[in-house]
Design a protein around this ligand. Structure first.
Ligand code: ZN
Length: 200
């Protein structure tokens, strides 16, 4: 019995979906079959949302955040603290810090050094960061990388680029996560938590 291949168009959809981050073969098949069986308007609405987002969302030429305007709304906002610059790995981190109530400016590195993924310092917006610090009125630059090996390496790199400007370079406090036990956290975290202690 010859095998019955999937319709070519469905196969193409499966392949396209499987290229998305975090989507494996099984999930891509489930999504593809779902999309060809829901009402057509629902599926086309997704296609249109992708098309619009791709067309409208752009990289801010100042901070490298994503927005529909350039400069982005954060860079344009006159009420933000223009003396404080928070350096983050990606635009998703900007959204997270916005939820936290942070009111300074950002610089998005567009990644982090990762030898395994072939990402080196050339791929990051480090020279733009240096230019902004040299030309801007910032008093403090806080490195807010993720607290893992690659994040630490990226923060070290940022520091080596920024130290010659003389700006105050800080980094996020690390502490004991809520719900964790003091006996379980690593020694550098415990030491950072002590350094970052504050008034009760
Ligand atoms: Zn911006």
């Amino acid at each position: 019995m010859p095998k019955q291949p999937r319709p070519e168009a469905l196969e193409r959809l499966c392949k396209a979906l499987s290229r998305l981050p975090g989507v494996g073969r099984v999930t891509s098949e489930r999504l593809a079959y779902h999309l060809v069986q829901v009402p057509e308007a629902e599926a086309l609405d997704l296609a249109e949302a992708i098309r619009t987002a791709r067309r409208e969302v752009r990289v801010c030429s100042q901070c490298f955040n994503l927005d529909q305007e350039d400069p982005c709304k954060i860079c344009q906002d006159p009420h933000r603290d223009r003396k404080l610059l928070l350096v983050v790995e990606g635009p998703r981190e900007v959204a997270a810090f916005e939820q936290s109530g942070y009111a300074g400016l950002y610089h998005v590195l567009q990644g982090r050094v990762s030898p395994l993924e072939g990402i080196s310092e050339k791929d990051l917006s480090l020279q733009s960061l240096l230019r902004r610090v040299e030309e801007g009125e910032f008093k403090e630059c806080c490195l807010a990388m993720n607290p893992d090996l690659e994040g630490e390496a990226t923060a070290d790199l940022c520091y080596s680029v920024l130290k010659k400007t003389g700006i105050l370079v800080t980094r996020l406090a690390r502490g004991i996560p809520a719900g964790a036990s003091i006996l379980q956290v690593q020694q550098p975290i415990l030491s950072d938590a002590l350094h970052g202690r504050r008034k009760y």
